[in-house]
Design a protein around this ligand. Structure first.
Ligand SMILES: O=C(O)CCC(=O)C(=O)O
Ligand SMILES: [Fe+2]
Length: 289
């Protein structure tokens, strides 16, 4: 045996690569990985059960009502633009379960590494009369990159159809590593390569941070509601104050990986006491795998 070869008969810790691809295989997500590489996105149908979808809608609409000062009605709303839902992780424990969805976290760990952290749990609420959402990329770093440093899971909380305000995407745009530049390129109705993702409530689309996406107009009364869960590499600044909001109760009622996901053990961000490297031992000192 050459010195470089690995002796598989020796007991050893699995590598991050073995863990990440082991999960992908266990969950049957190999096809989704290929789609993400080739097209920049992939759908997992029935990723969350309907009782969870209903609970999330209730919580989101309650926050929207509170912030807008109006009572939105999911099926018949025709009263104009509403506010977003955000910081949802801290609104109800249903979102603690959502951010740990095993299909999504397996795909996200493939894209962002096991040391990834949660960035935001947000809801885009679309009503008739709202402008379409222009095509954009979600990775907020100056330069886009492959591998990505940001990725988003967009859960449909109502059925998506083009004229109901579906998610819009340009397949393969993840390969361009640039953002749309002109009005024609960024408008979902004029970009010839843009397509709607029509999917049922409870489905999720996982989108790499460099993929061009947006949303079509909702042309009929009622609301298009989603839950957009964004994850990023652990050295990127998160959109919401995720780590700052964590309570001991939340950590106690969830598995230990939840603390990692919320950045609690991230060694970046310390004061006079200095960094506590012991907290990141599960990923190896100073490594972002
Ligand atoms: O409203 C939508 O469907 C698109 C939302 C979006 O751009 C995102 O979640 O990153
Ligand atoms: Fe986006």
């Amino acid at each position: 045996m050459s010195e470089a070869a690995v002796d598989l008969t020796q007991e050893r810790e699995p590598t991050s690569r073995e863990i990440v691809f082991g999960e992908i295989r266990r969950l049957g997500l190999e096809k989704n990985v290929v789609e993400i590489e080739e097209q920049g996105f992939s759908i997992v149908e029935n990723a969350v059960p309907m009782d969870m979808v209903e609970r999330m809608r209730e919580v989101i609409l309650a926050q929207v009502a509170d912030k807008t000062g109006k009572e939105p009605d999911l099926d018949n709303w025709d009263g104009g633009t509403l506010r977003e839902g955000c910081y949802l992780l801290y609104e109800d424990p249903v979102f603690e379960k959502l951010v740990q969805n095993e299909y999504v976290t397996a795909l996200m760990r493939y894209l962002l590494g096991r040391s990834m952290v949660l960035s935001t749990v947000y809801s885009h609420v679309r009503a008739k009369g709202d402008a379409p959402l222009p095509l954009h990329t979600d990775q907020w770093t100056l330069q886009l990159s492959n591998p990505v440093s940001v990725a988003v899971a967009n859960y449909a909380l109502v059925d998506y159809e083009r004229d109901l305000g579906a998610f819009a995407v340009v397949p393969g745009s993840n390969q361009l590593l640039r953002r749309p530049v002109s009005e024609d390129e960024s408008n979902v109705y004029t970009n010839p390569d843009c397509v709607p993702l029509e999917m049922k409530a409870g489905s999720v689309v996982v989108t790499a941070g460099c993929t061009w996406h947006g949303a079509y107009e909702r042309k009929v009364p009622g609301l298009r509601v989603n839950a957009a869960v964004v994850y990023c590499r652990s050295y990127i600044r998160t959109q919401e104050f995720i780590r700052e909001g964590v309570t001991q109760d939340m950590l106690d009622r969830n598995p230990p990986e939840f603390a990692d996901l919320l950045g609690v053990n991230n060694f970046l961000g310390f004061g006079r006491e200095g960094p506590d490297f012991s907290k990141i031992k599960s990923f190896g000192l100073g490594r972002f795998d």
